[in-house]
Design a protein around this ligand. Structure first.
Ligand SMILES: C[S@@+](CC[C@H](N)C(=O)[O-])C[C@H]1O[C@@H](n2cnc3c(N)ncnc32)[C@H](O)[C@@H]1O
Length: 354
């Protein structure tokens, strides 16, 4: 039998009134607190789960087409290699492992925020000053960097273009069209104009040309008129203005146009095409005779340039061989890492007797 309900009033509270702690919500609001993968030492099982689901753990970057890059570069013990785009250091770690004994790697990146973390990770793998040199520099200046290090040329040179997952995923860097952040997009936030400043200054026709040249955007005319000269405080403001400018587009078509607007601005803010052209022009001189270069690209504007410079180098006799066809990630890699889907790899080998 159940007890009768107690009808007496609740006891009067004793002591001063205390506010109940505010419910902070089950999901952290800030990117920095959101992902356990950002502390891989504490949460290795979370990292493993994310990788198994085909995603890249937040705060990391998975190197793309590692096997194909290594085959193209053929690094050997004793070689001097350059990774022009160190990023998270995934390709660099694989190269470093093959350069010993006696070899060294020069690692470059323009990003002053990620580079120290990457250098620390590679040093923790046991690579000291004699095997790994790290410089924060734009790869357009590769020839000068080699000269400053007293190197006549490299046996292997890798450039894996574009931005890293760490840069893309961190809303504070302003590359993300999914999470809100300042509209910045600079790989080196200490230099140049952020994307918001660029948009404020551009005339509509100049923006139309930029969207066409940097991203082959088919709706550039509408977007140029709607976006140029305006002030956008954040990435989501810009994404929503793109939606408003293209009211007839929906779903994937709208997402693709938004992506292309972000890509075109990022290329302009970082002067990516002129850096790439300077790099490609000087590349044969940066390789030792017989030296190998590999370039990974992520959109047609980059690949067109690589193809053109490699073909010109081959006909001029600066290269003795270049890849005939573009090399793509395998179906398995594309499935496991969707960021590899658009990647194209080309290689070139400097003439032995030039
Ligand atoms: C796709 S990520 C490289 C990822 C790297 N291969 C890895 O395994 O982690 C591209 C990197 O290149 C850097 N970068 C892009 N353009 C550059 C340039 N012109 N000079 C130097 N670094 C550049 C970016 O800051 C970014 O860290």
């Amino acid at each position: 039998m159940s007890e009768p309900h107690d009808q007496s009033p609740p006891p009067a509270p004793t002591g001063p009134h205390r506010r109940r702690p505010r419910y902070s919500g089950r999901n952290p609001r800030r990117f920095e607190d959101k992902y356990k993968e950002r502390q891989p030492e504490r949460y290795p099982e979370t990292v493993a789960k994310v990788l198994a689901s085909g995603k890249t753990p937040a705060g990391a970057h998975r190197p793309i087409m590692v096997g194909e890059v290594l085959e193209a570069l053929a690094p050997r013990a004793g070689d001097t290699a350059v990774d022009c785009t160190l990023g998270y250091g995934g390709h660099a770690a694989e190269l470093l492992a093959r350069l010993q004994p006696g070899g060294r790697l020069l690692g470059l990146d323009a990003d002053p925020l990620e580079l120290p973390k990457t250098e620390a990770r590679l040093r923790a793998l046991g690579h000291g000053a004699e095997t790994l040199i790290v410089r924060r520099v734009n790869f357009a200046g590769l020839a000068q960097v080699l000269a400053a290090e007293g190197l006549e040329g490299a046996d292997c040179i890798l450039a894996d273009l574009g931005v890293s997952s760490m840069q893309l995923d961190d809303p504070a860097r302003g590359f993300s069209m999914k999470e809100d952040g300042p509209l910045d997009m600079r790989m080196n936030p200490q230099r140049g104009l952020p994307a918001s400043g660029l948009l404020e200054r551009l005339q509509p026709q100049a923006l139309v040309e930029l969207l066409e040249a940097n991203a082959d955007e088919p709706h550039a005319a509408y977007l140029g008129a709607a976006l140029a000269g305006r002030t956008f405080a954040s990435t989501l403001d810009l994404a929503s203005a793109v939606r408003t400018a293209l009211p007839r587009l929906q779903g994937e078509a709208l997402e693709l146009s938004t992506r292309r607007v972000f890509q075109a601005l990022r290329i302009a803010v970082n002067d990516e095409f002129s850096a790439l052209e300077t790099f490609l022009r000087r590349l044969p001189d940066c390789l030792k005779p017989g030296g190998r270069a590999a370039v990974l690209t992520f959109h047609s504007g980059e690949d067109r340039r690589v193809k053109k410079f490699f073909a010109a180098g081959l006909s001029a006799g600066a290269y003795e061989a270049v890849s005939n066809e573009v090399i793509r990630a395998t179906a398995a890699e594309r499935f496991g890492n969707p960021r590899s889907a658009g990647a194209k790899l080309r290689w070139a080998r400097r003439a032995s007797a030039s």
